[in-house]
Design a protein around this ligand. Structure first.
Ligand code: NCD
Ligand code: ZN
Length: 422
């Protein structure tokens, strides 16, 4: 048996424990354990590997921005051990054949465990894609990659969700309320895709259609959005950018994302809700674009930013400063996303769960620098921010990353699908 020892986050508290691992699965948890292979991390902290249910690894078709190897390398180094990849790749992951091909293409490049989203445009897509994807994605508005559906089809799509067991992530911005303009600044982008008009309106409509509780709202950005969702019983995610940055940031096109960064009051409201545990999921929307692409004029630059390598380090850093509770972080980045998306074995350190572990040393404070990161994007919206990067990352018991470098590559696997009803 292999043993990993340290201060483990176990049943809601940090305790000095030894995790006994066989075949990549945690088999025993004890104060002390004997084992053939031992990793003793002393007083360092063992947390569940992060579960990021919103990444764009751009493979196939857009691999100048990222590929599945580099995206999942960035994830592993940053302590994220499971990802769900979005369907706006080329070709779009919108049919059984394309999902099968995408799975075959990315599996040999995977450095962390993964699942795929199926892109949904029509109600028929829900049943037809169920055997091939972990979850569905509906783009209400065009963002990047040309996969927007029509809002008029959404009620019908929501109706068919009752027949299947997978969740649907909705990009909830209503394009009929956008005010297009030539954009030069982050406030221009916010005006063009307004919080009240775009997100508030979309979410009020969505809630009025009484969708099932398997509807998940992607990247919430605003106070009106929060209000629209209150008591609606839908799950909701926030990104590190919408939680930590606003439209006054000096980022230019590098801060251009959809939905847009909002005024400071929105960010504050979102952070408060998140810190109080009212936001189910912390997901990155890791959306890499190259420096050259982002160097276009603001108006022409594509929306999106890389985030998968920095989310856990940034947020664990905030935990150590006393700005966020560890319980909230582990719930939003590990336990809840795994449960909501049916990712068995993921999201907590318990007997019977996969030994996916991020090891942190609270003394290892550093600053985020683009040159140290692994995404092909080559930049970060959090340049210079304080963070605590993991000392080591284990994927099903294998040491896959250490000291901010990949240690063993291509260990990632397709996460088994929860039973399909089709
Ligand atoms: C995403 C991308 O680049 O793929 N961009 C973004 O600004 N969020 C698309 C998306 O998820 O909206
Ligand atoms: Zn996205």
């Amino acid at each position: 048996m292999m043993v990993i020892q340290g201060r483990a986050y176990y049943r809601g508290a940090l305790r000095g424990l030894a995790l006994g691992i066989e075949d990549g699965v945690i088999r025993v948890v004890k104060k002390t354990l004997r084992g053939d292979e031992r990793y003793d991390f002393g007083d360092r902290i063992l947390l569940p590997g992060g579960v990021d249910v919103h990444v764009h690894f751009r493979d196939p078709g857009l691999t100048q921005k990222e590929d599945f190897f580099t995206g999942s390398e960035a994830a592993a180094v940053g302590g994220i051990t499971s990802v769900l990849d979005m369907p706006n790749t080329q070709p779009h992951a919108t049919s059984p054949d394309r999902l099968k091909e995408k799975r075959a293409t990315v599996t040999p490049k995977a450095n962390v465990d993964f699942g795929l989203f199926g892109g949904v445009l029509q109600r028929e897509d829900i049943a037809r894609l169920e055997p091939y994807c972990h979850a569905y994605k509906f783009y209400w508005a065009e963002s990047f990659g040309g996969l927007a559906g029509s809002g008029e089809d959404l009620p019908g799509i929501l109706g068919t969700l009752r027949d299947v067991s997978r969740p649907l992530t909705v990009h909830a911005e209503d394009p009929t309320t956008f005010r297009p303009r030539t954009e030069e600044t982050l406030p221009d982008h916010h005006e063009a895709r307004g919080a009240e008009a775009g997100e508030g309106n979309a979410l009020r409509k969505l809630v009025s259609w009484h969708p099932s509780d398997r509807v998940h709202v992607a990247h919430l950005s605003s106070r009106v959005g929060l209000e629209a969702l209150r008591g609606a019983g839908l799950s909701v995610e926030a990104t590190p950018m919408h939680l930590l940055l606003d439209m006054t940031a000096d980022l230019g096109s590098h801060g251009k994302v959809n939905p847009p960064l909002r005024p400071p009051a929105d960010r504050e409201a979102l952070w408060k809700a998140f810190a109080e545990g009212q936001v189910d999921v912390l997901a990155t929307d890791h959306a890499p674009h190259t420096r050259e692409e982002k160097g276009e004029t603001f108006d022409n630059a594509p929306p999106g930013a890389p985030n998968v390598e920095t989310v856990y380090p940034l947020m664990f850093g905030l935990v150590q400063r006393g700005d966020l509770s560890l319980d909230v972080l582990v719930r939003a980045l590990c336990r809840r996303p795994a449960a909501l998306f049916g990712l068995r074995g993921k999201g907590s350190l318990e007997v019977g769960m996969d030994a996916d572990i991020a090891v942190f040393d609270p003394r290892e404070r550093s600053r985020i620098r683009s040159r140290d990161l692994h995404s092909k994007a080559g930049w970060t919206p959090f340049e210079g921010w304080e963070a605590i990067f993991p000392t080591a990352t284990f994927l099903r018991g294998t040491l896959v990353a250490e000291a901010r470098e990949l240690e063993e590559d291509r260990q990632g696997r397709w996460i088994p699908l929860a039973a399909s009803t089709a």
